[in-house]
Design a protein around this ligand. Sequence first.
Ligand code: HEM
Length: 165
Amino acid sequence: MSWSVAEITEEVLSQLPQAVRFTAEDEALLTRFAPSLAELEERLIRGFYDVLFGHPETARILSTGERSEREKALRRWWSRTLQGPFDARYWQWQAAVGLVDLRRNVTNPMMIGMWGWLLNALQGELLETLRLLPHEAARLMEAFHRLAATAQALTAERKAICATT
Ligand code: HEM
């Protein structure tokens, strides 16, 4: 049986208990804070690729000349994520990003590790750069953790997606 990316995305999402899913409230919260979060783009994207270019295993995947192209793609991802909507197309895109990364031999440990980096970096930025109140930062981080869990769940299945498409 051959599954489309849309079907696999739907199947992965259906496996996630309600409590771990990104909610309409999460979306509304991100939209409310989007203008401030957009200001973090430069620091987050630079930091992300500093880490990847600074580690031999991940640097081997990237060529020096492609840094600006890679940064541009991640900026587009950040700004689309802040804009919403978090509809079927958005989640299918996350599954597809996993496939694009897979083609370049980006492993699950690399993806999961960088999600962890992103979440920690975000937490620091919300408090230190944006100076949000602790309860606002905590609520936003809850939303980002649900986003991360969903995106990682979709990425974890990319080998299955690949095998069936
Ligand atoms: C939080 C984790 C990650 C996110 C959200 C992410 C996001 C993205 C996005 C949005 C693209 C562009 C896809 C497109 O063309 O539509 C991309 C491509 C790419 N990413 Fe990632 N990525 C992540 C982790 C990584 C890691 C750990 C590496 C390791 C080196 C990596 C290397 C690449 C490469 C090489 C491409 C270009 C693929 C190609 O077009 O040939 N990514 N990624």
